[in-house]
Ligand binder design. Structure first.
Ligand code: FEO
Ligand code: CA
Ligand code: CA
Ligand code: CA
Length: 654
């Protein structure tokens, strides 16, 4: 494939790197694959790292283009950022963003207040410049996903996240209103960022708010209909919005992820029993929602779960517009929905399914992006081809289309329409032979190189290459049994770099970018650049973002469970001699995960979302393990967006 030209250039430069000095005990297929990779790219096995035994200076940038002093690994109640930078909480759970909202008062929360206040557990962030279409890096709309809630940190007397039986109806309604999305106008004035009070753009989308349009092939299908919506075209609210993306026409995409755990009732008694089993729809958060709302009880409304698990598209610039659930992109536990325009103008959308042994996907629009007519693009995501990925040990990958009537996707296998294929995307992907992955979190193209990065967070249930269940066996792209630290895969479309990369091609090449985890644990078979410092390694990667130089910024979720260290943000070059040399930039307070890294176009501002601070065993509203970011007695921890700038006003990391 022609995409190989660029790769060989990189390989030439990397050939001077150190080869691994030893192999970790892994299965043959893994060794074959990693050896080939090491041969080609000189990625160092962990036991060859400079950081081991004789840690290299954390300050030394070595061959990396990233110019900042690394911070040490930590675990305490505060956040930390590299010297010379300032990281400041910008907007917090409960801030009164919509006109008329009450001030945050943690002892007197109300549902009507929360509907106008910033939501809980901020995750994905998009910065959309004002005016639309500009590159304004000092004034824009911050578009925020609110993934889930920690009710034990929101309400006094609730002991754990699952302790929902104690919740009052009002608390349940606050909980529903704390989910969803926020749009907040943000502006830099005299060098300081703030959010804009009473902005006409500021708004909330919640789980019990407005009805969203259901569009694309599953719209109106009988499996999408409920008592409240006999048309099957209007879904109330959005749920568990995790990662996301933006489109070239200035809309925001938001992935509905863990919707399955919000329903109560016995799904096995319903007409959708097999479907709900495949999506693990179960009453894991107690019955607080189902007790108060029939639609969350699957015995009363068996089709309601079919109306979640989609990619939502909304227009941040038009507060009156109605978001759409784009069913053509499939129904999974969506992570990310990131776009790239192919040379012929069709648009690829990448999205992953964050569940053990599930798949990753690409959607390619039937129509072409028209940069001169915004309106003509607004329904591009309703028609096109969704495919699931198969990774082969020879370093190639194939996109397998999920089209009703083709291959096994026929009535013989229970599919009677494209709506069936999309509602049961997972089962369709099983049948075409996609590769079961180690929990795909973010999945995003590098806008500079055109290469796509798939973040596999970890999978403690991954079996060995001879495990009894074929889906669970180690495979070429998920080679480590129990995969404790996660890894990042690089997917390489043919056609050339940047805008020439053909994101509609059937076949790509792929390789490992970093095999994460603690390099001091040789059994884990980690692979980092040989110059990685003792502070630069990470585990359980989750969200990624790219700066304007094409460098990758990787946030983590689960370093605390992995190694009793704080989650944070790590950056690395993706090309040149510093490729894959990760460096430690930011650390969250304890109990939190780092999500949503997002740059302004000039890369002088970086936003990150600190999610679930103090989410630790025994931590409650009254006794949280940190009161970040307010540190005021009686005020619980508050998930917040943090704004990071360089003290001298320069570009982040340069
Ligand atoms: Fe919501 Fe997969 O992280
Ligand atoms: Ca995530
Ligand atoms: Ca991302
Ligand atoms: Ca995660």
């Amino acid at each position: 494939m022609s995409g190989g030209n660029r790769a060989s250039m990189w390989e030439g430069r990397e050939a001077e790197w150190r080869n691994p000095s030893s192999s970790a005990p892994m299965s043959d297929i893994v060794e074959q694959r990693l050896s080939r990779r090491d041969l080609l790219k000189g990625l160092a096995a962990s036991t060859a790292l400079g950081g081991l035994g004789t840690p290299i200076e954390a300050e030394a940038a070595g061959p990396s283009s990233l110019r900042f002093t690394e911070i040490p690994h930590s675990l305490d109640g505060r956040h930390h950022v590299a010297r010379g930078y300032t990281a400041r909480p910008l907007v917090r759970w409960g801030d009164p963003i919509v006109k008329g909202a009450p001030a945050f008062d943690p002892k007197n929360l109300t549902a009507s207040g929360q509907e106008k206040q910033f939501g809980y557990n901020n995750d994905f962030l998009a910065y959309m410049p004002l005016p639309r279409g500009s590159n304004n890096s000092e004034h824009g709309l911050l578009c925020v996903n609110h993934e889930y809630t920690n009710v034990n940190l929101m309400f006094p007397g609730v002991r754990t996240r699952g302790d929902t039986a104690r919740m009052t109806r009002e608390q349940v309604d606050i909980d529903l209103a704390a989910h969803g999305l926020s749009v907040v106008e943000v502006k830099k004035t005299n060098g300081r960022w703030d959010w804009v009070r009473d902005s006409k753009y500021n708004r909330r989308y919640t789980t019990n708010g407005m009805a969203y349009r259901i569009t694309g092939p599953a719209a109106g299908d009988k499996r999408m209909r409920t008592a409240a919506d006999s048309s099957g075209t209007l879904a109330l609210g959005t749920l568990n919005n995790c990662a996301g993306g933006t489109t070239p026409w200035g809309t925001v995409l938001s992935g509905e992820e863990g919707f399955n755990s919000n329903f109560s009732g016995d799904a096995s008694k319903t007409s959708e029993a097999a479907n709900h089993r495949r999506y693990d729809v179960r009453a894991s958060r107690g019955d607080s929602w189902g007790r108060n709302y029939d639609r969350f009880n699957v015995e009363k409304e068996p089709n309601e779960p079919n109306r979640f698990g989609w990619v939502v598209e909304y227009d941040p610039y038009d507060p009156r517009s109605r978001p759409a659930k784009r069913t053509a992109l499939g129904r999974i536990k969506h992570e990310g929905a990131t776009t790239f325009v192919a040379p012929d103008g069709r648009v690829a959308v990448y999205t992953g399914d964050d569940e053990r042994f599930e798949y990753l996907y690409r959607f390619v629009t039937a129509g072409r992006y028209n940069p001169r007519d915004r309106q003509a693009n607004m329904d591009l995501l309703d028609e096109g081809v969704l495919s699931a990925a198969r990774f082969d040990a020879d370093g190639t990958m194939t996109w397998l289309p999920l089209i009703f009537g083709q291959g096994p996707l026929t009535a013989a296998n229970g599919f009677n329409s494209q709506a069936d294929v999309l509602i049961e995307t997972r089962r369709a992907a099983d049948l075409v032979g996609a590769t079961p992955m180690d929990r795909t979190e973010d999945l995003e193209p590098n806008p500079v190189t055109g290469r796509v990065y798939a973040v596999l967070t970890y999978n403690e249930r991954r079996g060995a290459a001879d495990a009894p269940n074929a889906r669970e066996r180690a495979n070429a792209a998920n080679p480590r049994p129990k995969n404790p630290g996660g890894h990042i895969i690089e997917m390489i479309p043919p056609g050339g770099t940047g805008a020439r990369a053909d994101h509609t091609a059937e076949k790509y090449r792929w390789d490992f970018f970093i095999v994460a985890g603690d390099p001091r644990k040789p059994d884990e078979g980690t692979r980092y650049h040989s110059g990685t410092s003792a502070e630069g390694w990470f585990a359980r990667p989750d969200n990624i973002a790219f700066d304007r130089r094409g460098r990758i910024w990787i946030s983590t979720d689960g370093m605390d469970n992995y190694a009793e260290l704080a989650d944070g943000l790590f950056a690395a070059d993706t090309s040149g001699p510093g490729r894959a040399l990760s460096r430690h930039f930011f650390a969250t307070p304890r109990g939190a995960e780092c999500t949503g890294p997002c740059f302004t176009p000039d890369c002088k501002t970086l936003f990150v979302a600190v999610q679930h601070p103090a989410e630790e065993t025994g931590s409650t509203f009254d006794t949280p393990s940190t009161r970040w970011p307010d540190f005021v007695d009686g005020v619980p921890p508050r998930p917040s967006v943090v704004v990071i700038t360089r003290n001298d006003g320069g570009e982040i990391g340069s």
